[in-house]
Design a protein around this ligand. Sequence first.
Ligand SMILES: Nc1ncnc2c1ncn2[C@@H]1O[C@H](COP(=O)(O)OP(=O)(O)O)[C@@H](O)[C@H]1O
Ligand SMILES: [Mg+2]
Length: 332
Amino acid sequence: MDKERILLAVKDLTVDLMTSKGIVYAVNGVSFAIRSGEIHGIVGESGCGKSVTVKAVMRLFERKKSRIAGSVKMGGKELLNIPESEMRRLRGAKISIIFQEPATFLSPLEKIGDQIGEILKNHLPDTASARREKVLSLLEQVKLLPAEKRIGEYPFELSGGQQQRVMIAQAVACGPELLIADEPTTALDVTIQAQILELLRDLRDKTGMAVLLITHNFGVVAEICDRVSVMYAGKIVETADVKTLLSSPAHPYTRHLLDCVPRGRARENKLRTIGGSPPRFRERPAGCPFASRCFLAGETCGVFPEPDEIDPGHTVSCRHARREISRDRGAL
Ligand SMILES: Nc1ncnc2c1ncn2[C@@H]1O[C@H](COP(=O)(O)OP(=O)(O)O)[C@@H](O)[C@H]1O
Ligand SMILES: [Mg+2]
């Protein structure tokens, strides 16, 4: 597997949603790229547009109720333009998605084995007995054991964590190149959360699929991600490999989230609390959406900056980041 190959490239994605109360400018020019086999996180506060971004990538919004622009390329193919029939073939086969509440997506009346088998039936020409073998092997892969017993169980017989394993079995059934996991562990308690994250990493290691993991939790990012993008009010403000982002965050918002500004500035930092909450927009914002809460904000923040690659693979959309970082480095 070529780990440097770009599998999914999202560029300047904007998503406007039409509601009875007007237009919601949910995603405002988001760009990121996922490499084959990597676990890429998108982290940000609730309401910042994470789910809308991934639903737009999967084309899950009704055309009438949404306006989507920009580009979503998978293996060089533009997904925003292909016919719905082709997109349907890709969903579940090449890209899959799992969500926070598995119970919402499972039928209470069907055995879990049949619900996993249904995905295989939609995409592959197997015989019924070959399909049953595959379902058993999937149950083993997601560690729902003993598989022979589990295959005949109903969702109500399973815990939340086990139901999420069923969703994961469905999602990986056809060997996707990319699994999108939108807050897959948010509804689970902490020990179960760790087990599900371990399962996702294990599946990535075995199959080589890439994972796009959406979370509001930096603990989850630290636990499992290779790279991470930080999202704020409909924009990606910073992207780096996890170690760099956690040890040397460059965007004022990331620093605020991590609350780990280098020691040289600790005293000064005590004075800086950031008030307010993320803005909601009545029109598409031109400038940096964090400016109203940012202690560094100035006139130049009226235009959102292109990502600046401050170190190889570390990009930040803030005109003040370089100056702040060199000041930190000087202070160490
Ligand atoms: N189907 C929808 N219709 C209208 N507005 C929506 C819809 N889904 C999300 N939004 C709004 O879009 C913004 C981003 O939401 P979302 O992507 O769900 O945030 P999160 O980062 O928590 O996943 C929020 O202001 C939310 O209220
Ligand atoms: Mg969400």
